[in-house]
Design a protein around this ligand. Structure first.
Ligand SMILES: Nc1ncnc2c1ncn2[C@@H]1O[C@H](COP(=O)(O)OP(=O)(O)OP(=O)(O)O)[C@@H](O)[C@H]1O
Ligand SMILES: [Mg+2]
Length: 347
């Protein structure tokens, strides 16, 4: 069953310069236990959408449901209770600077029915989860960005949420710290079964931890689905742009149009794309062995998403023309996308 359902949600802001349609009829369904990514350029409406999930921002129209309960129809008391089950973390951490790490994490527990000893136990277990046991008594200003985000995560988990919303939570961090925080989110998702919604403008974040993704542009969700499928076969312009920005394969077009580039007779430039799941064989060495070809890889970009290779190679292949043709058919049979970019066989 879907845990979060966003139904025909629109959001309009009135500004001095007129109205801004930040969300236009957005529909999304997020499954329990998923890590769901929302990606898009600046101003696409990502933050507005995620703020509509916990009603920090009230939609102008449409419904938001969590597990069949409609948040948009609740009284403020019901809403307060439901919100406790939704944690949120931000790019700027939003910690209380005058409180210690321990006090920050304990803050959501101040009105809970737990005894003092139970609260202490809870905060200590959260400190352990985010690996900050030795920082309990320091103030946020004494922490690195990554450590601050760990505190914010622990604080968000203190009220035992079922959903964690993350708005660009790694955007202020360096790549190594980003990886560590993403791994922590993954661990929280796996071990605590919390559904996580990740807002980002970085494709790498989506690739690293998300199961599914929605791509936004100008207040609309332009496509959504499993991460592998969306990035293997991007349909919308924006998605294509995001995917292309992260590979170097299109450099081949610049190269072949440059003045000093010349293809030798008999050579073929081929772009092969790994767009189906389960391509795991050593296809380059196979075709060179089976068809007696020289395969020279000039650009390559292959990575794993959900255990499947995705990306592609640009290679110059040299050999007997018919052998090359057979090799290309073989690759196609093996579910590799094959595109001949330049063919020197007739020359
Ligand atoms: N409180 C507000 N008042 C007026 N306009 C707003 C308000 N909040 C957001 N907007 C507008 O709504 C649109 C979507 O903004 P939003 O912050 O959701 O984008 P975003 O995808 O999160 O962008 P970024 O990647 O830069 O964070 C923008 O045009 C923005 O200017
Ligand atoms: Mg934003």
């Amino acid at each position: 069953m879907a845990e979060i359902i966003i139904e025909n949600v629109s959001k309009t802001f009135a500004t001095a310069d007129g109205t801004v349609e930040a969300l236009k009829n957005v529909n999304l369904s997020i499954e329990k236990g998923d890590i769901f990514g929302i990606i898009g350029m600046s101003g696409a409406g990502k933050s507005t959408l995620v703020r509509c999930i916990n009603l920090l921002e009230r939609p102008s129209s449409g419904k938001v449901k969590i597990k069949d309960r409609e948040l948009t129809a609740m009284s403020s008391k019901e809403l307060r209770n439901s919100r406790k089950k939704i944690g949120m973390i931000f790019q700027q951490f939003n910690l209380f600077s005058a409180r210690t790490v321990y006090e920050n994490i304990a803050f959501p527990l101040r009105k809970s029915k737990l005894t003092k000893a139970q609260k202490k136990e809870k905060v200590e277990s959260l400190l352990k989860l985010v690996e900050l046991e030795n920082k309990a008594d320091v103030y946020p200003s004494q922490l690195s960005g990554g450590q601050k985000q760990r505190v914010a995560i622990a604080r968000a988990l203190a009220s035992d949420p079922e959903i964690l919303l993350s708005d660009e939570s790694t955007s202020a961090l360096d790549p190594k710290t980003t990886k560590a925080i993403l791994n922590l989110l993954k661990k929280i998702n796996k071990e605590l079964g919390i559904t996580i919604v990740v807002i980002t403008h970085e494709m790498q974040v989506i690739k690293d931890i998300c199961d599914r993704v929605a791509v936004m542009k100008d207040g609309e969700v332009v496509e959504s689905g499993k991460v592998f499928d969306i990035f293997a076969n991007p349909k919308h312009e924006v998605t294509k742009e995001i995917v292309n920005n992260t590979t170097n394969l299109s450099n081949i077009y610049e190269l072949i149009h440059s003045d000093n580039f010349q293809l030798k007779p008999g050579q073929v430039i081929v772009k092969s794309s790994y767009v189906e799941r389960d391509v795991s064989e050593a296809l380059v060495s196979q075709i060179s062995r089976m068809y007696g070809l020289d395969v020279n890889i000039i650009f390559g970009n292959i990575e794993m998403i959900g255990g499947n290779p995705i990306g592609g190679l640009v290679s110059i292949i040299q050999g007997e023309p018919e052998q090359i043709e057979q090799a290309l058919s073989y690759l196609r049979e093996k579910k590799v996308g094959v595109e001949v970019i330049l063919d020197g066989r007739a020359s």
